[in-house]
Each structure stands twice: as C-alpha cells, then as structure tokens.
Write a protein that binds this ligand. Sequence first.
Ligand code: PEP
Ligand code: MG
Length: 586
Amino acid sequence: MSDNAEIRFEGIGVSPGIAFAGIYVVRDDLDEVARYHIAPSRIADEIGRFEAGLIQTRMQILEMQERIAESIGAKDAAIFDAHLLVVEDRTLIDEVLRKLKTDLCNVEWAFQEVATRYAETLSKIDDPYLRERALDIQDVTKRVIRNLQGKAPKAFLSLSGPHILVAHNLTPSDTASMSRENVLGIATDLGSRTSHAAILARSLTIPAVLGLHDITAKVDTGQHLLLDGNDGLLIVNPAPQTLACYRELESRRAKVTAQLKELRETTSTTRDGCHIVLSANIELPEDVDAVAANGAEGIGLYRTEFLYLNRKTLPAEEEQYETYRSVAEQVRPNPLIIRTFDLGGDKLAEGVADVTDELNPFLGWRAIRFCLENQDIFKTQLRAILRASAVGNIKVMFPMISGLDELRRAIAVLEECKQQLRNSRAEVAERVEVGAMIEIPSAAICASALAREVDFFSIGTNDLIQYALAVDRVNEKIAYLYEPTHPAILRLLKMVADAAHASRIWVGVCGEMAGDVALVPLLLGLGMDELSAAATLVPRVKRAVQSVAIPECRELVEDALKLNTASEILGRCLQLADNRYGDLLG
Ligand code: PEP
Ligand code: MG
C-alpha cells in the first residue's frame, strides 16, 4: 500500500459539517509546551515561578508518598524518593536557569528542553539503574510542567493557520478556547455525543468526530484529512473521487440548509396547530447572536459554569450581573432560563474550591450539591441573576436535583437572596419562575412531589440517560449502550411529563435528545411543551415540529411503550420521521 493510500476511520459524529485540512496531532502533554519570548526584566519573575513550581511538585510528591505509605506500605512509597531527587537536582536546576537567561524564553520551555535531554542521555546508557532514572525524570518533568502551566497557553490553542486537531481528549475549557479560524475540525480518541467538549464543538459549529479509540497513534501531523462530522468518519489522504463525492454531498446539504433558513421567522407549530416552544442552549454570552439568527424563541438553558472554565476564579457579582443582564436584554421579551453553576463532573472546579480528585466525579460533589455547600458562591450568583431579572424575562433553574429536601434548600437560599435585595431596595422582578432540572432518576421517580413546588421542569436527558442506564456519558468504550430510546428512558420521560401536567406546570427537554430530529415526534407525543437544543440545530427541529401532528406522535408513544428494546423503539421513531421529513435524516 502506498503512503498516500486513502484510509478510513469510524468514530462518533458529534458536530455536523465537513472539514478538509492538514492534521495537527496533540500527542502528549509535553508537546503542548509553548515557547515564548520573555523580556530581560521578567527573568526574575520566571525564576520565581520556577521555584514555586518545584516547591508545589515537591509537596505533591511528598503527599503522594504519604498516601501510598499509609495504604500500601513504606517500601512502595520509597519509589518516590527518586522523584524527589529530580526536583532537588542542583545540576539540572542550574542548567535550566542558565538557559532561561541566555535564550530569554519561558521557564517551562527551558525546563522541558533540559530535562528531556537529561532523560534521553540517561536512557541510552547501558545501566538498568540509570534507565530507571530517565523514566523518573520524564514523569517528574510532566508534573512540573503541568504545575507551571497554571497560566501558560497551550500550543494548540495558538496554532497558526487552519488545521484539523487530533487529540487524545479535550477538556471543555480547551474546546471553549479554540479559534474557529484555525481549528476547522476536531477528532479525539475519547469522548461521546454528550461530553461537554462535543456540546461546545456544536455551539462553535466546529465539525467533530470523537470516540475514535487510538486515532492519535494512527495519524501524523501534516497528513491531509477529510473529517465528516455527520457520519462520524475520518478519511486520511482522501482520493480525488472521494473529494468529488463530498463536494456533491456538500452542495445537497447546502440546499437543505438554505431551505431551513427560510423557516427563521415561522413559528414552531405542529400541523394540527399545537405550539411547541423552541429555545436554544447557550454556553457563552457570545452564543446569544445565534439564538435569534436560527429562529429560536429564547434561551432554554444557559450553562453558566462556562463563564468560569477559562479562568481560575468565578466572576464577581457585578460582572455576573452585567453578563446576565446583557444576555437577557438581547433575547427579551423571550425568556432566558439561567441554570445555576453546574461545576464538577467533566467541568472541574479546582480553581474555585478545594476539590480533590474524586473516584466518581459524575456521582460526586457537583452542581447543586457543590453550591449548597459553597453558599457564598451560590448566593453571589443568585443575587446577580435576581438583579438582572429586573431587566429581562429571566427564569432560574437548579441542576442535579435529587429530591425534595435538596430542592427546598435551594429555593430557600433563593428566597433569602430575594429578601435581602428587596430590603436593600435593589430592583428584582415581581416574579421569577423557578424550575428544577430533572436529570437524576430519583427526581424523575419523585417528580409529582417536586412539581408541586416549582414553576417548570427541564429534563436534562444527557445526565438522566447516563444515570438511569449506568453509562458514563463521556466513555467511548460503552457509547453503544448510551441509548436515548431505551424503554426505561421512555418510561422515565413519561413519568416526568405526566407529573408536570398533573400539577399544571410546563415541562421541557434541554438535553441533546431535544436536538435529535428522529426523536422529536416521540418527545411531542409524550407531551413536552418546550424543546431546547443547540442553536444550530433549532431550524431542523422546527422543520420536524412543523411536519407532524400531535395525534400521530401520541400513537407513536403508545406503540413505543409496547416495544421492549431501544432499537425497536428507534426504528419506530425513524419510520415516522422518514415519512414526514426524510431529507433531514440523511
Ligand atoms: C443534561 O444533563 O441533559 C443537561 C442539559 O445538562 P449538561 O449537559 O450540561 O449536564
Ligand atoms: Mg446535566
């Protein structure tokens, strides 16, 4: 096979669109050390940073050693003695300082250069002890660099020229910081449809294929790649016929997109005249332009924790107030539903509070649990939201509610903030609707009790599915088990919708399921009053809503409830979708 033969890889298409460009592979943390010039006047600062980084690393190693000594034994803990020797190695440290001064470069770069050279030299010597030391140096180097990188920019975030980024994994903050001009597409070993990196890629309209297992080991920087985010396909060195085929496909898709654009000013009303509120999800304030541009009626989910992801601390009350006020003003009179911080899980909060590594972060100290214990953070956000409610149509909702006690505690804090603001004569809307996100099975099962104490429900199917089916939403190895049409999910959704309507409150879906056109009729048949999806998906969802009538959607649900597998239910959904708007499915 020639070096230029076309090779195909299949993954999970999580953000639609086609990209064709050269590859940039983010191989390892160490590849990501950017070199930048420093002025001679900053040398002392760099040395200070280096010293602090070494002390931090030393403390981490000592802590680790202590933990291992307690849990496994002193003998195993002694292996870290060699790691400690590296951070105390005077020759290495002096050489880094010399390099820093002569090359006028940032300290992580100087450290990486020197440490890598040391490790390489040692690994070539025919002595098992010295070879081991080379591994110690590599290990400690990564740790020191990670500590130093608290502030340093990652190299791939400052790429010059357009590329397709291939990485083992991307954090939501990596994805949020990418430039749309230079990152034309994203492909990763890990991840799945509902990981936050995927959600952000969709918001940024960057085509993405995740869950490719070991793609970083199979491609190289510089190769040409065609990435198809619709079908979850990577084609390395695409042949001229493949490129021609894709050009043809693109022009057909462009026609459908142009038709969808015409729907912008139309309402999302079913064929038999039932209005379904169609809103957009946003992560960053900049996303707000896309809301009206795609014909959404407001914002059904504002993931406010993304305000924090690219910084070390949360914004203060005034800054949050300005942000919420400006977003609310831009969408009014339509609603802006603000979800309080959902930190934790794959959205880390180590800069915000003292969170230690958790074995099960998705089941851990996150979202409302975190906020109820960090009331200063929670109250600051609630005050900012309440003050902004004086200017726009703001509703507030709490993430990860697991039961009535927790909901009542959250509402009590909200009421306390409202009272304080009114006492200090700050303006707050007469009435601010309060909602609970239903994304934990216990909340779905106890939905009747919760419905009596809130104004609305918003179902977070991304989490509801992961918890109900015990399938980690970001683990590509079990992505095939993540089935939105599982009979258990159908029943949970029905319980929530029925409980809401029995208490005369409205219910919406803001998880990714709401943006899947194949499943829209199922959600309508279940009685959902609102659907909130990524802005770019809104026109497709609107077409789906306008193409069906409620009785046929109810019939679909009745049939689905008689079926026992996810694939049968999906098949039944696709049948109706294909009959009504088959062109959107391809
Ligand atoms: C969800 O869980 O469905 C949801 C909308 O919230 P997030 O994806 O941010 O967890
Ligand atoms: Mg969630």
